[in-house]
Design a protein around this ligand. Structure first.
Ligand SMILES: Cc1cc2nc3c(=O)[nH]c(=O)nc-3n(C[C@H](O)[C@H](O)[C@H](O)COP(=O)(O)OP(=O)(O)OC[C@H]3O[C@@H](n4cnc5c(N)ncnc54)[C@H](O)[C@@H]3O)c2cc1C
Length: 572
């Protein structure tokens, strides 16, 4: 028996992008029926852990032009400018709407919305709710979504396949984690809002659920992944766990200090003025690595690190603006930032690349959309500015939701019998895999070798040799993954089978990142090569597209949509 659920639209993912898309869909048409399918309870989506804030023009000294320019420049001119213009226009409307739905934005004394500085933004543009922004945003979205009966939630369902027919997508299959049963979800439009895939790296701020599932599903079904070589390192993660210490610490005046006690960023001027701690993430991450390579790092169990010093901010300010940072540092590294600097190192944070979509979030498979971190609508180009991502989830989640409604009206349902058959086949595949004791490989070994190889080949600094080696290693690991052995054959809450499915997805995403990186022979944004240290607009001012092929990935390119901001050297 395979249960079948019929809806008009399926949204995979209950983070900011998924919830915003669901609300937009039912608001666009109160008759439309939306399935919100998520592998975890929506409030456990990674969005909940965002700390620093969401960007939108709010102050009289700011303008859409400035937000647009900062984003284009931050992207190292690889962001599509029509996308960026739409984004900056919609951003203030979305954040205001979120307040009407209950998001408690912090305030200035005069009652206006408070904004903080973020790297690469020329003025204070980042709205915040203390330093628990993602929690408050996701809560507001989740609670608002509950008033709509037409949004039906299917929690703890792991989507395993996209069900595609000749004229487009007709549904998905999902594993009910509680029962071990495969279910078929039928619809005429599907939005992937499955978040990023930072877990392909060893040290990351990303939650364990960020395994690139949506990217892998789209990739295996004929949708290329775009700009995958651009992986953002956040300069300030805790060594070992990778837990994020928000950029707001620097926005509020924190300093980075090397082993000699120097505020070293003062010596790195990124080209023009001296932004020091307010430089963009890619440049600060590189500066930290350079300090460590020059022998000015501090030794630690997980490699060398430097210090983030907040002591001069004083206890009052730390407790008012950064209470969560104090809690994290105290709990996870035993350091109270009021009296002691926090050890930090660059850790993988965000993927600029993702599922290739147009400005509506639509992919080249009919009816299949993507939004949020899993998509590459091409806002972030080669480097995302901190605090643009939460806003992106709202702006493009909403747009995808609205477009999916319109498109679902023009499309016909899939073939019931054929879809149910696909469900049976999928149940059989999962049953065979579950408790598959024959096989020579352990999940944990393959996963560890993948993450180590990714950091070695596609870390902060890259060279052709190291990237090529990682391309080879990932290909071999994919082969070894086919010979995996699983111990647990129970059906109920079998987390081992989920880990196996996730590892399969991560290997595809890792393949896409490594191959795209090895292709791009220039340095741009987060993609920094020692052997090609400068940007090459002549040959590489284009998006990278990587296509899945069982014989090995294929690289292709697409044009960057420029506009009135002309490419120039990126300086801060
Ligand atoms: C620690 C941290 C702090 C951050 N701070 C900020 C910040 O201050 N400002 C900012 O702009 N950005 C920040 N970011 C980035 C930003 O939070 C994320 O990019 C954004 O929240 C992603 O939202 P999303 O809706 O795309 O995905 P997520 O919130 O990651 O949600 C993904 C959803 O997809 C579901 N899903 C995934 N795979 C499957 C599957 N196979 N089947 C079914 N469901 C599936 C999950 O259950 C989940 O509900 C931060 C990121 C991190 C990691």
């Amino acid at each position: 028996m395979v249960d079948v659920h019929k809806h008009d639209i399926i949204i995979v993912g209950g983070g900011a992008a998924g919830l915003r898309a669901a609300i937009a869909a039912v608001e666009a048409d109160p008759q439309v029926s939306v399935a919100l399918v998520s592998k975890v309870y929506p409030m456990r989506s990674h969005t909940v852990s965002a700390e620093g804030g969401a960007a939108a023009v709010a102050r009289p000294d700011d303008s859409l032009e400035m937000h647009g320019y900062d984003t284009v420049k931050g992207s190292d001119f690889l962001g599509d400018q029509d996308v960026i213009e739409y984004f900056v226009e919609e951003a203030p409307k979305e954040l205001t709407r979120l307040e009407h739905w209950g998001c408690p934005w912090s305030r200035n004394d005069d009652g206006s919305v408070a904004t903080r500085a973020f790297g690469g933004m020329t003025t204070k543009r980042t709205w915040y709710a203390s330093d628990k922004v993602g929690f408050h945003m996701l809560h507001s979205l989740f609670q608002h979504s509950m008033q709509f009966d037409r949004i039906v939630r299917y929690d703890e369902r792991f989507v395993t396949q996209l069900l595609i027919e000749d004229d487009g997508i007709k549904g998905v299959s999902a594993l009910d984690v509680r029962t071990g049963n495969i279910e078929v979800f039928q619809a005429r439009a599907v939005i992937l809002a499955t978040g990023g895939g930072g877990k392909i790296f060893p040290f990351t701020t990303n939650g364990n659920i960020k395994t690139g599932d949506g990217m892998a599903l789209a990739y295996r079904n004929g949708v290329p992944l775009k700009d995958m070589e651009f992986v953002q390192y956040h300069p300030t993660g805790l060594p070992g766990t990778g837990i994020l210490i928000t950029e707001a610490t620097r926005g509020e005046g924190g300093h980075l200090i090397n082993s000699e006690g120097e505020r070293f960023l003062v010596a790195y001027d990124y080209g023009v003025g001296n932004k020091a701690e307010l430089g963009p993430r890619d440049m600060i991450s590189r500066a930290i690595i350079q300090e460590i390579e020059a022998g000015r790092g501090l030794p630690g169990t997980y490699g060398e690190y430097v210090h983030l010093d907040l002591r001069h901010l004083g206890e009052d300010k730390i407790m008012k603006r950064l209470p969560f940072v104090r809690e994290l540092a105290t709990t996870y590294v035993g350091v109270d930032p009021v009296t002691t600097p926090i050890p930090i190192r660059p850790v993988v944070h965000y993927m600029m690349g993702g599922v290739d979509t147009d400005i509506d979030g639509l992919t080249r498979v009919g009816g299949l959309f993507a939004a949020g971190e899993t998509a590459c609508v091409s806002l972030n180009g080669a480097n995302r500015l901190g605090s643009n991502s939460l806003t992106e989830c709202l702006v493009f989640g909403a747009r995808a939701g609205q477009r999916a409604v319109a498109l679902s009206k023009e499309t016909s349902d899939g073939n019931d019998v054929a879809l149910r058959k696909r469900g049976f086949e999928e149940q059989e595949r999962i049953d065979t895999l579950r408790g598959k004791k024959k096989g020579g490989e352990k999940l944990s070994h393959v996963r560890r070798e993948m993450t180590t190889s990714m950091e070695r080949g596609c870390g902060v600094y890259r060279t052709q040799d190291t990237m090529d080696a990682t391309v080879q290693e990932i290909a071999q690991l994919k082969g070894r993954f086919a010979d995996i052995a699983l111990q647990d054959d129970s059906r109920v809450f079998n987390t081992e089978i989920i880990a196996a499915l996730e590892l399969g997805n991560m290997l595809d995403v890792a393949e896409a990142v490594a191959n795209s990186a090895a292709y791009r022979k220039e340095s741009r944004g987060a993609h920094t090569r020692r052997d090609h240290p400068t940007r090459d607009d002549q040959n590489y001012l284009h998006h990278t597209l990587v296509h899945f092929d069982p014989a090995g990935p294929r690289i292709d390119t697409s044009q960057v949509r420029l506009g009135h901001w002309e490419p120039e050297e990126r300086k801060y």
